[in-house]
Design a protein around this ligand. Structure first.
Ligand SMILES: [Zn+2]
Ligand SMILES: [Zn+2]
Length: 509
């Protein structure tokens, strides 16, 4: 590491959001328009969180360099093309509207003005819960305002040119004969999927609807069309002056969507494309999150299991390009909590040189800062659970651990963890004391003294083991059996101290 240049050292010390912001600062001019987006084709899922949180992190870092505007676009002009898994019971209604833009299809539940409207409301609610502020824009509004018209017309007029750009950038040998830059929306049935343009002249076009078969004329200025996905994306970036946008790994492949998007900027609009960052997949025990296959947590589950700032932390800490494991179970829960707590204690470490431990801590601190974290517990969570198992009263737990705010912050979550068996076995027990005839227990009890501290009570086990020529773990085992009826448990000294020395003494000897 001694030969690192200053630049390399800086990059290695930076959190990914800082690196991306720095690159944008080096290449682009303010105001910095950061864009992200999703298609409102079904219920929110953890991937939705990634979409708006990654761009949020970058916009926060970019604001250190200049004015930032964070815009989130909902692609509600995309065609309804599937019945989402959780909406199977509405399959009939959804089936009837299949092929229509999501902004025009009906809300299957009937509570919003459209299919898109229903899921946009869910997304916006989630953004509020996660404390992310941004300008929310619907693609349908951008079309209705005519923002695309000039560009759509230009693409229709230079059709052969744009077609060749798409062909080359998407690594295709040939393109379909009926390929056209726009997809008309049928005036009669509002279908958009697979509609064909038959003729085009000066902004007027003749189309055939693939759903109802109607053939009619329409014009671009009526805004009843949509650009093909690979043309829509760069065009929107152009008229909204976007400096950066992210895409999952699959958009970044050679010949993938972003190859075309960048080519359209360079070869059709004669400008440099925005800076495209890549993000990895969300994984659950090595498998890609999938709603339809039921792999991974749902968003509702996540917010029940952990405070939102910890969920943000898990998603924002690792490098954005890496695939991320988002698993909350008995093995991962406590390590996640410990890591987060550590981040809360690091503070702002600015220059950390080449010390890798400090580098990791610095990145923790940046991720923590991006979470806008509020209260963090001071006491040990294992102690909170220990006292709760003994007294079953959170106020008493708060008093005993000397951290009312921390207990207040975590108590509802701890209840959920206990009810879902997410707490490691060693922390879970029920006090169930019984007289013991065991010689080791008797030897221990004889040495117990009202004045001992929790630590003394713990160390006493080792004295007893030594005097009796046995392993300390045998003494622990016999004591746990006498106090909680199982072979292992929380730290013994703390356990006895919490129950009360005299009480234990009286009950087991
Ligand atoms: Zn609704
Ligand atoms: Zn039609």
């Amino acid at each position: 590491m001694a030969n690192e240049t200053a630049g390399e050292k800086d990059i290695k010390n930076m959190h990914w959001s800082e690196i991306i912001a720095k690159k944008i600062y080096d290449e682009k001019e303010p105001p910095y328009v950061v864009m992200a987006g999703i298609t409102p084709s079904g219920p929110v899922h953890p991937g939705t969180l990634c979409e708006f949180l990654f761009a949020y992190a970058i916009s926060r870092q970019l604001s250190k360099y200049g004015n930032v505007h964070y815009v989130f676009v909902s692609d509600d002009m995309d065609a309804l093309d599937a019945v989402p898994e959780p909406l199977k019971e509405y399959a009939k209604t959804i089936g009837e509207d299949m092929g229509m833009p999501l902004a025009y299809a009906r809300d299957p539940k009937g509570c919003h003005e459209s299919f898109a409207g229903h899921f946009i409301a869910e997304t916006q609610e989630l953004m509020k819960v996660f404390g992310v502020e941004l300008e929310f824009v619907r693609a349908s509004k951008l079309y209705a305002q005519g923002r695309y018209d000039k560009f759509a017309r230009e693409m229709c007029e230079r059709k052969d040119e744009i077609k060749e750009i798409v062909r080359v950038s998407s690594l295709r040998e040939t393109m379909p004969d009926d390929w056209f830059p726009i997809m008309p929306i049928c005036k009669k049935c509002m279908n958009v999927d697979k509609n064909a343009v038959l003729e085009y002249k000066d902004g007027n076009y003749k189309y055939k609807c693939s759903k109802c078969g109607s053939v009619d004329w329409d014009k671009i200025e009526n805004h009843r069309y949509k650009l093909l996905f690979r043309l829509d994306w760069p065009t929107r970036q152009k008229f909204m002056h976007v400096v950066t946008e992210g895409g999952s790994v699959d958009h970044h492949t050679k010949g993938g969507t972003l190859s075309t998007v960048a080519a359209v900027h360079r070869e059709f609009y004669n400008e440099e494309p925005p800076y495209y960052y890549k993000f990895g997949f969300l994984k659950y025990k090595g498998k890609k999150y999938s709603k339809s296959k039921g792999i991974g947590h749902t968003v509702n589950e996540l917010v029940e299991l952990l405070p939102v700032e910890i969920i943000k932390y898990i998603l924002l800490k690792p490098d954005v390009q890496e695939d991320k494991e988002l698993v909350i179970d008995k093995e991962t829960l406590f390590p996640i909590l410990e890591d987060y707590k550590r981040a809360s204690l690091v503070g702002k470490v600015q220059d950390v040189g080449t010390d890798t431990t400090k580098r990791a801590d610095r990145k923790r601190a940046i991720a923590f800062e991006l979470c806008n974290a509020r209260v963090v517990w001071k006491a040990d969570i294992a102690d909170m659970i220990l006292y709760y198992n003994i007294y079953g009263d959170w106020n008493k737990v708060g008093e005993l651990v000397g951290d009312m705010a921390g207990v207040e912050y975590l108590r509802n979550y701890i209840n959920v963890w206990i009810s879902r068996s997410l707490v490691p076995d060693r922390y879970m027990f029920r006090v169930d004391m019984k007289k013991s005839e065991n010689a080791l227990v008797r030897a221990y009890v004889q040495k117990m003294d009202e004045k001992l501290s929790a630590e003394d009570l713990h160390n006493l086990v080792f004295d007893v083991a030594k005097e009796n020529g046995v392993d300390a773990k045998d003494v622990f085992k016999q004591l746990y059996l006498a106090i909680i009826g199982k072979e292992m448990g929380p730290r013994l000294g703390k356990l006895i101290y919490a129950i009360g020395i005299e009480k234990v003494k009286g009950a087991i000897a």
